[in-house]
Design a protein around this ligand. Structure first.
Ligand SMILES: Nc1ncnc2c1ncn2[C@@H]1O[C@H](COP(=O)(O)OP(=O)(O)O)[C@@H](O)[C@H]1O
Ligand SMILES: [Mg+2]
Length: 373
């Protein structure tokens, strides 16, 4: 009987209840039938593939958890997780939000798009400064797609034996091929970054070429996500492989308000979020999260229901001014620096409130400082 191998595999994994493997072998069968010119069967099976929901969510516990390892170190080349989008909420500006929703919708309707000749490679890259939510966004997308996310480990993939890097890339891409999953190349520039050592340049070029070859051989079952802090370091050919290119920037005032509300949750009750959002200008979402978590930890051990606003104010000032700012340090210099963050907002009255002193004292100190300079 023709195609018995695929059919037996589909039956075996169907009985064992591994939807991802059933789909993978079904895909192989479809491919073979396509090669044999049996278009009718191909169409029929494609409908089964797209219209049948998975019986169970295959988690990292199945056969797939045997992720490929580096030949030398035996360390895993990737991590696999199944995530719930609700655990990875993301604050985005409106335009970015729209584009992400568009990507998710296109991936969900891939077959339909394909049928009309407007299919696309399901790939998306995010870029921008550290701490702006690039890694978070990849998890969010995987959660929304209800697909396992396989995150490549650049540190293991980039073998100290440079010749092994291409081999590692191939094992990883072989592993995901035919699997309905998200492959996430976090900090993708690590694969394409130039090194000072000229002897290694040729080898690194080969790594880029090998990455490109692997990307080109991917089938559209695997959703490709990537992120980078250094988009200018990325090889332009790799950059062009991504259908969606999404910039993430430091959060705007409105986004900082949303982030603070998100991070503080019930601990934000009665906290002046507008003040904190004003103060946290130029900080990243990650910085804001660190400060919010510190305040929540403090509230928990002090058995308080609310985060200490003043504590957050001073942590933010310290982060902004890149120096420790103490609540007690209301020196003319500190007052001046804080005021210069946003002179319209940090009036004498606000400064007096923040530092717990009278307004006239604040203005006296500021005047003295102004006179000195
Ligand atoms: N735009 C954002 N929306 C929601 N959370 C964010 C955002 N930016 C940063 N964070 C928080 O900061 C943490 C670190 O962000 P991360 O995604 O690792 O940033 P990046 O990958 O861009 O360096 C996240 O886990 C998340 O809690
Ligand atoms: Mg990251």
């Amino acid at each position: 009987m023709e195609h018995l191998r695929e059919i037996a595999k589909i039956a075996e994994w169907g009985i064992k209840g591994d939807s991802a493997r059933v789909r993978a072998y079904l895909n192989q069968l479809i491919e073979k039938l396509g090669q044999a010119g049996d278009e009718k069967s191909v169409e029929r099976l494609k409908i089964v593939l797209s219209d049948t929901p998975n019986a169970i969510q295959t988690s990292g516990l199945g056969i797939h958890s045997r992720l490929p390892v580096d030949g030398e170190s035996r360390l895993s080349l990737a991590d696999e997780e199944t995530v719930d989008a609700a655990n990875f909420p993301i604050v985005l500006d409106r335009e970015t939000h729209t584009r992400i929703e568009e990507f998710i919708e296109y991936v969900g309707k891939a077959d339909e798009l394909e049928a009309h000749g407007v299919g696309m490679a399901p790939s998306l890259i995010t870029f921008g400064p550290p701490g702006t939510g690039k890694t978070q966004l990849a998890r969010f997308i995987a959660g929304r797609l209800k697909l396992p996310i396989i995150t490549a480990r650049a540190d293991t993939l980039i073998s100290s034996f440079l010749g092994s890097t291409s081999k590692n890339l191939r094992s990883l891409f072989d592993h995901v091929s035919g699997r309905h999953c998200v492959l996430f190349l976090d900090e993708i520039d690590a694969f394409a970054k130039q090194r000072d050592d000229h002897q290694e340049l040729g080898e690194l070029k080969r790594v880029v070429v090998s990455l490109l070859q692997n990307l080109d051989a991917m089938n559209s079952d695997t959703i490709l996500l990537a992120a980078t802090n250094h988009e200018h370091l990325l090889d332009p050919a790799i950059w062009r492989r991504f259908t969606f290119r999404i910039p993430l920037s430091l959060p705007s005032y409105e986004q900082r308000v949303d982030l603070l509300r998100l991070f503080l949750g019930a601990f934000g009750e009665g906290v002046d979020v507008e003040l904190l959002a004003t103060l946290s200008d130029t900080l990243s979402g990650s910085d804001i999260r660190t400060i919010a978590q510190d305040a929540m930890r403090d509230a928990v051990v002090r058995k308080k229901n609310t985060a200490d606003e003043r504590r957050m104010v001073f942590r933010m000032l310290s982060a902004r001014l890149k120096a420790d700012v103490e609540q007690t340090d209301a020196s003319a210099d500190t007052l001046n620096k804080v005021q210069s963050i946003n002179p319209g907002y940090f009036t004498g009255r606000r400064l007096a409130h923040i530092f717990g002193m009278t307004e006239s004292k604040v203005s006296r100190r500021l005047k003295k400082q102004g006179g000195k300079s």
